[in-house]
Design a binder for this molecule. Structure first.
Ligand SMILES: Nc1nc2c(ncn2[C@@H]2O[C@H](COP(=O)(O)OP(=O)(O)OP(=O)(O)O)[C@@H](O)[C@H]2O)c(=O)[nH]1
Ligand SMILES: [Mg+2]
Length: 625
């Protein structure tokens, strides 16, 4: 590649991609249009066959400079074609006049359709090889092929890359088509799905891709996901020209420091640190192409592809048993390897033999859904077609979030996001609490879950007055922040009560004893009172009942199985305090004699005083704290 970008070219961000059957003349057309041979691999040149993506650029009559991605047509390299087709604004569907539409003409067309590529130009090339009458027949055939796709009314041109016929018209047609395509969105959140990574002597690691959703600048810190490799942008190039900043919607070559080329794989996405997360499952609205030969069954093993990433996956069909040609269905795709996709991204589902479906991702890392469940399908529909406010409220049903990640997950620009936030708040769907956006429906659901967790605990532990906080949090499966928000709601609405020591209980709840337990307790307490300073240490109530008595302050439990009546214990403390006040300290022997008891009781008693910080022990003597 010897050309460089013209300095006067109007820099608008557009990427054009080729598509079409093997050997139909895609690469030759790109070379004829741009002067750049997109087949850069030696093997490609030797075999006259495109294997992997090729890149070129072109200045159009309007002065607009566009990037071109050239894809392979051979069925065997269809995954490379898919890596190139994502993110293009305009497709050149190339058909050789002497062959007419062929299998990969149809498959590529289906892919462009499923990826919602906004526009296409149908290019009948090699027109020099056939008579005009033959071309008419090919066009009739094409009508059939394009019928039912979004490109039925796309412009059609007859060209020859060899003689140059029609190439100027094609350039003008590209200009006109791009006039119509929407400006690339700038969410202030750049993403570069990587399609190549290599090392350049003296520069280091370079990755390339089509830049989406935000600008990149030299010096910026970046992260590659999945994997979390961190580095910094040393340099940027667009069409071989050095730049300090790149706007979204253009091809980009990014020179990185801190990352080795051999650590980088196609499918990783370069973004600001923390902006992307590894995704292990997606909810997606799938449509099968009309040419699908083998219906997709629930639980099928498939290949998931999105932008330049791919992973083997399991397909869970949520509202049907099978997806047939031309049909649509909701699916949850569970990935074997993580990919860094976002809500709103397109994906393709392939089986080993064909492109089986494609569609829009409506949620990333969703919870596992029950199948054939009307409410779940309704929520998915809202994710696809609902207003931003509804989508925000739905998103928060899964739990509170800060504004920034919520905005990222919805893929909204700041102004529409703020409007959605405002609308959802006014509609009473969400509230801002403790810096988090919280769904009101989630709040009441979670408060009910906490109450349930407490109720279950109290039923399982009938002698306990309250459930430990951590137990409740674990049982309700909430993270710390969500738990605090839900608990505040439970306490405010008085569905739960906080007890001494932080335990959680139902309002007014007191444990009740069975009549047998009551008998045991009465007998034991009588024996304790009667035993005075030498209470019984045999036949104690079971530990749960004992814990209950301690909690109710009906007994004082010291170590070594020695339990005192609370009044007796209070008397003993008084006696000890008076003794220390008079004598300065007390020894174990003195205590034993004072209470006329054995060493065992005196020791358990005094050690309890140490432990509860009434006394301090120094050698044999204890003093008051
Ligand atoms: N006569 C004539 N031959 C052409 C024309 N365009 C391409 N060819 C020839 O067709 C053959 C295939 O062209 P390529 O450009 O490699 O086809 P491709 O679509 O890129 O093929 P893959 O990338 O492998 O799918 C080559 O031998 C070209 O010279 C044309 O307009 N006229
Ligand atoms: Mg080619």
């Amino acid at each position: 590649m010897s050309q460089t970008s013209s300095p006067n070219a109007r820099v608008t961000a557009h990427v054009i991609g080729t598509a079409g059957h093997v050997d139909h003349g895609k690469s030759t057309l790109v070379q004829a249009l741009t002067g750049i041979d997109p087949d850069r691999l030696r093997e490609e040149k030797v075999r006259g066959l495109t294997i992997d993506l090729g890149f070129a650029w072109l200045e159009l009559p309007s002065g607009r400079e566009v990037s071109i991605v050239d894809v392979p047509g051979h069925e065997r390299f269809i995954k490379n074609m898919l890596a190139g087709a994502g993110g293009i604004d305009l497709a050149l569907l190339v058909i050789a006049a002497d062959e007419g539409p062929m299998p990969q003409t149809r498959e590529h067309l289906a892919i462009l359709d499923l990826l919602d590529i906004p526009a296409a130009i149908v290019v009948l090339t090699k027109s020099d090889l056939v008579e005009p009458e033959y071309l008419d027949l090919v066009e009739a055939d094409l009508d059939d092929t394009l019928k039912g796709s979004r490109f039925g009314n796309s412009p059609r041109l007859r060209v020859s890359a060899t003689t140059g016929t029609g190439l100027d018209e094609l350039k003008s047609a590209i200009d006109r088509a791009l006039d119509e395509t929407p400006a690339k969105r700038d969410l202030g959140r750049p993403r570069l799905p990587i399609d190549r990574a290599f090392t350049i002597q003296g520069f280091g690691t370079v990755v390339t891709g089509t830049l989406l959703d935000g600008a990149l600048e030299v010096g910026q810190e970046v992260e590659l996901q999945p994997g979390g490799l961190k580095g910094r942008i040393r340099g940027l190039q667009r069409h071989r020209t050095k730049v300090s900043r790149l706007e979204p919607g253009t091809r980009a070559a990014v020179n990185l420091s801190g990352i080795h080329a051999d650590e980088v794989q196609r499918g990783m996405v370069l973004a600001a640190p923390g902006a992307l997360m590894p995704v292990f499952a997606v909810d997606v609205r799938l449509t099968a192409p009309v040419i699908l030969a083998h219906p997709l069954a629930h639980d099928a093993g498939v290949t998931f592809l999105s932008a330049t990433a791919e992973s083997e996956a399991k397909l869970r069909l949520l509202d049907s048993a099978a997806l047939n040609a031309g049909e649509s269905a909701w699916a949850q795709v569970v990935l074997n390897d993580p990919v860094a996709v976002m809500r709103g991204d397109h994906c393709i589902i392939r089986t080993p033999n064909e492109t089986a479906a494609g569609g829009v991702i409506v949620a990333v890392n969703p919870r596992r859904h029950r199948r054939n469940h009307a409410e779940i399908i309704a929520a998915l529909e809202r994710q696809l077609a609902g207003s931003p406010a509804e989508r925000l409220a739905d998103l928060l049903l899964a739990g509170p979030r800060s504004a920034q990640p919520a905005r990222n997950l919805l893929g909204l620009e700041p102004a529409p996001f703020d409007a959605a936030l405002d609308e959802a708040t006014k509609a009473g769907l969400i509230e801002v609490r403790g810096g988090r956006l919280v769904s009101t429906a989630w709040l009441s659901l979670s408060a009910a879950r906490l109450a349930n967790a407490v109720r279950e605990y109290l039923e399982a532990n009938p002698l306990r007055p309250a459930a430990p906080r951590e137990h409740v949090r674990g049982a309700a499966r909430l993270d710390a922040t969500s738990f605090e928000l839900a608990l505040a709601e439970s306490l405010a609405t008085q569905t739960l009560e906080e007890r001494a020591g932080g335990g959680l209980s139902l309002p007014g709840y007191r444990p009740t004893l069975t009549s047998r337990q009551q008998q045991t307790v009465d007998a034991f307490l009588n024996a304790l009172a009667a035993g005075r300073f030498s209470p019984p240490t045999e036949n104690l109530p079971d530990p749960q009942l004992m814990a209950y008595l301690v909690e109710q302050s009906r007994v004082v439990e010291t170590g070594a199985g020695v339990v005192f009546d609370p009044e007796v214990f209070a008397d003993m403390v008084d006696v000890v305090k008076r003794h220390i006040a008079t004598n300065g300290s007390i020894t174990l022997a003195e205590a034993r004699d004072l209470f006329g008891t054995s060493r065992k009781y005196a020791q358990a008693f005094l050690e309890h005083l140490d432990a509860t910080r009434v006394t301090r022990r120094e050698g044999d003597n204890r003093t008051l704290r």
